[in-house]
Design a protein around this ligand. Sequence first.
Ligand SMILES: NC(=O)c1ccc[n+]([C@@H]2O[C@H](COP(=O)([O-])OP(=O)(O)OC[C@H]3O[C@@H](n4cnc5c(N)ncnc54)[C@H](O)[C@@H]3O)[C@@H](O)[C@H]2O)c1
Length: 404
Amino acid sequence: MKTRDKLNPLGIWFVGARGSIATMTTVCAHLIAESIIEPVGMLTERHPYTTLPFCALNALRFGGCDIRSEPLTRTLDTFIADQILPSHLYTYAAAAVSETEAAIDFVPDLVGCIRTEELYNVSGEVLLDGLRSALAKFKASIGGNPVIVVNLASTEPIIPGEQQLASFESWEQLDTFIRQSNARLPWGFLYACAALLEDCSYINFTPNIGAEIPGLEDLALRRQLPHVGKDGKTGETLLKTALAPIFEARALRVRSWVGYNILGNSDGQSLTNPAARDAKTRSKDQQIRNILRDSPDVCTKVGIDFVSSLGDWKTAWDFVHFEGILGTKMSLQLLWQGADTILAAPLVLDLIRLVEFAWRRGETGALRHLGAFFKSPIGCTNHDFWFQMRELQEHLGIEERIGE
Ligand SMILES: NC(=O)c1ccc[n+]([C@@H]2O[C@H](COP(=O)([O-])OP(=O)(O)OC[C@H]3O[C@@H](n4cnc5c(N)ncnc54)[C@H](O)[C@@H]3O)[C@@H](O)[C@H]2O)c1
């Protein structure tokens, strides 16, 4: 196992760099580093995690790419409108994002297109080369130091034939396919390829396809790079995977677990596309059956709808119908009201630190100990949140006694 030194600065290249989570993560990193706000929601800022030599937040240099070109201050304006950024912090937040503005590439520019729509006529090979050049340029701008690519782009519709990508066992086979294929390739796949080919660790916070397929795991192992994903576990699914173990622990039989989510931010808007919504609900609908082994016939349903007036605020209602002895039926109802971006940004900062730490320790391939952060954790077959947290602590060699 090849260990590495801590290097400063550390580059963070956001895919979807003009979106809500990328912008909020940049703002929070700066405001925490300057002690303007407290690091609420960050594990790596709390004992015993603080005993580990994680990178400093002021070592992070942000950049990335987006298919939109509106200034980052436009995203800050939506935070003010949604009441997730207090207005007295606006000036600090604007100063934080101003440094990043020049380091964000407009994706059509990378392949000589004028407009975003034209990207759909460009081959996967050309797109991949454009993304690699942008990443190489960013890496050079921070003196060749390490870069972590964090995918925070909108949820993509599942493309017909996408499953074929998972059938290639080695990187060579995948590479040949990319060069010969005329079919449209999923963006998430191309971003994961570009990251690993440019020797960057990869974090996939989206439900989109990423480095979980065998050909890219092969590439990550050969390049000695870690990767992790997918689909950040921030709200309703976090709650479900923390609560479902109670029913299992008490040997109660759960008959149905139904969840319905409404949200109004631009991520929610992207889910108005039925194929994108399908990708998201699939990612949210697998955990309960995995955890509830005493309830093999449990019926699960997940719904998501876009309600624009809610802005960044998501409301989730969960109905759990369960059965005790004599078949007596009971129910539990939950209402969750969370600000999605506020829940996600500290998690992204934790993931950056944990992945950089793993990279320094020479860990490669899918990081299975980070399953607690994801709805569809790569290589982690147990969705129980408490099991996943114990795995994280065991892996890091720390012990946290929650509740003592
Ligand atoms: N907020 C949460 O709690 C949460 C939890 C889990 C997963 N996620 C996922 O995180 C992602 C980002 O969420 P968000 O709220 O910041 O969304 P957002 O809509 O605010 O931002 C997404 C950004 O990605 C850009 N984009 C779209 N396609 C792109 C492409 N091909 N290349 C580069 N940029 C592209 C968009 O222009 C936009 O700026 C989504 O996929 C969402 O499903 C969010």
